[in-house]
Design a protein around this ligand. Structure first.
Ligand code: PGA
Length: 252
């Protein structure tokens, strides 16, 4: 990654963890990596553990994020959690458009866009996820799909929004499969995304672009050595103190 950007290592816990488990994991990570100022460390537990994790990392530099958020402020939206509810917990970071939201829960580009706008309106930093499926990659459509997703989420937001946006490139075929994209495959798409951000008049050189999809202690160093890979969004390997600590402490 380029020295001008601060790397971000984010753990997406997905639907894992009781409050007791969350407290132990977050507390363990706060003790190991909570003092780092040269790398941003983000933990995204389930909604039910947000307050627990917030308290467990209090006093450290670790940032707590939600995994999803409603675009609505309030109202008849059963099962949804609003930006104001998260802000009330002290949470100001959110993962949006994760492929599991898109694929399993039917969130289209339009929904992701509304959520990005809501996040900006409420002063949140969004980690906006994009990425192609295996069928799309095999059909040679990777860049087309990623471009469509980036464009839908970020086009026309205005340069000021740049400071509140992080992009995560997560090829769907690499998520939870153990099949990581090669560093060259990831760098190619990251470079394209940075060009797209520039085309959208966003401060492309200042925006962190994370890679996600089977990031592990044994592949993070190589990925982070690529010039346009500014961090990682980590699922499975973020659920244990040792493995996520090693990822935060990557050596590039
Ligand atoms: P994984 O998940 O690290 O378990 O592949 C990454 C993600 O979905 O963010």
């Amino acid at each position: 990654m380029a020295a001008s950007r601060t790397p971000i290592l984010a753990g997406n816990w997905k639907m894992h963890g009781t409050t007791a488990e969350a407290k132990a994991l977050a507390g363990g990570l706060a003790a190991r990596v909570g003092g780092r100022t040269d790398r941003g460390v983000v933990l995204a537990p389930p909604f039910t553990a947000l307050a627990t994790v917030r308290d467990a990392v209090a006093g450290s530099n670790i940032v707590v994020a939600a995994q999803n958020m409603s675009w609505a402020d309030k109202g008849a939206f059963t099962g949804e959690v609003s930006p104001g509810m998260l802000a009330d917990l002290g949470v100001r970071h959110v993962i949006l458009g994760h492929s599991e939201r898109r694929e399993i829960f039917g969130e289209g580009d339009d929904v992701v866009r509304k959520k990005v706008e809501a996040a900006l309106k409420h002063g949140f930093t969004s980690i906006v996820c994009v990425g192609e499926t295996l069928a799309e990659r095999d059909a040679g459509r990777t860049l087309e799909v990623v471009k469509r997703q980036v464009d839908a989420a970020l086009n026309g937001l205005g340069a000021d929004a740049g400071g509140s946006i992080v992009v995560a490139y997560e090829p769907v075929w690499a998520i939870g499969t153990g099949r990581v994209a090669t560093r060259e495959q990831a760098q190619e798409v990251h470079g394209e995304i940075r060009g797209l951000l520039r085309d959208l008049a966003l401060p492309a050189d200042a925006i962190a672009i994370l890679y996600g999809g089977s990031v592990k202690p044994d592949n993070v160093d190589g990925l982070m050595a690529e010039p346009d890979i500014d961090g990682a969004l980590v699922g499975g390997a973020s659920l244990e103190v040792e493995s996520f600590t090693r990822i935060v402490e990557y050596r590039a």
